[in-house]
Design a binder for this molecule. Sequence first.
Ligand code: GDP
Ligand code: MG
Length: 440
Amino acid sequence: LSDRLTESLKNLRTKGKLSASDVDGTVREIRRALLEADVSLDVVKKFTAAVRERALSDDVNRALNPAQQVVQIVNEELIEILGGQQRRLEFAKNPPTVIMLAGLQGAGKTTLAGKLAKWLKKDGHTPMLVAADLQRPNAVTQLQVVGEQAGVTTYAPEPGNGVGDPVKVAKNAIDEARRRQFDTVIIDTAGRLGVDAELMKQAADIRKATNPDEVLFVIDAMIGQDAVATAKAFQDGVDFTGVVLSKLDGDARGGAALSVASVTGRPIMFASTGEGLDDFEPFYPDRMASRILDLGDILTLIEQAQEAFDEEEARQVAEKFATDSFTLDDFLKQMQQLRNMGSIKKMIGMLPGAGAMRQQLDDFDEREIVRTEAIIQSMTPAERRTPKLLNGSRRLRIAKGSGMTVTDVNQLVTRFEQAAKMMKTVAKGGVPQVPGMGPI
Ligand code: GDP
Ligand code: MG
């Protein structure tokens, strides 16, 4: 992370809501960091505008200071653009599944064909490689070598199965795969050094003829600012269902990933990280997000801040139990929090036939809370703090005052004592004993 960004994060106030000038300063540095990572200017502008808007809304995290809030928002938005959840390959209902590769020459398609085949094979699939790059003399041989390394069959054009015509080769290959019961066909295609109308048409024709389940656009992460134009050209010329980023082992910061994902709206599905067939993995949007902003350390700090905050809240409650300072007021507060469980009720309500049950839940909670409130409100502050004071005559007074019976009051006190005792055991690290049930 640039020192300036770190500095700008340090300068933000340590607690509270973000001000517009806090946000602007930090957004400026984040914009610089993105441009340094080779994200295209248009994407940077769109992205920072979205971050700014969100940072100034009420959607903030109480556990974090303003600097951490901005970083968290940036991180979440990056992950979202990069595809949010990782997307998996779509497999055809009726095999073979056809996966076509497209991209510029040197992007890493042929290498990827081998990587993908090896990976699929390990996963129990039976892939077949198809040499539909008939542009360079040694392209077919290169794919055959890769296929051998991956331990899979390679379909290559021979007299009779379409020498010189990649569309025919691809179609014949699929027929052959169906006959020989391969469940996946990976079609390697030709590329040129720059975007080229003739080869684009060839790729589009192969796509039309083979109707692939996936068209993967392979792009070299090192090409930086050219990524957007290249990706757009392939989207217009061939279109694709997913992106594969190659050469992420280099020192590219991965800005290309963000640009391509943002401009094409297609998910990045795999990352290639070396020349070997095992240098390949599904793409993880969260890892890429922290790589782009070089955020690794800062994100760890944010996680720690969040955890410390959660722990502090839990510790305060546990402390109350452990030191016997859990009062009837706390008990009432907890019951009232049950009212916030509306979401759970809603969920139950969506289950088929749960209407009656939902009604019962509503009635139960409300009546229970109303009774508890009435009883506790009839107690003196001292009684609420020290329930041991509640002798017979006090209980009678409370019952009368709240319009309940002494039995109701007794039941409430018993429930409170059981809860306090159980929580005290838990707070001290023991195993609670539920009456009549043994250890839980
Ligand atoms: P194609 O023209 O798109 O088929 O690209 P190739 O698969 O032939 O790859 C071009 C060059 O890039 C070869 O020398 C590969 O070994 C190399 N290559 C492919 N993928 C990667 C990668 O992820 N990292 C690195 N460092 N090199 C790669
Ligand atoms: Mg190739």
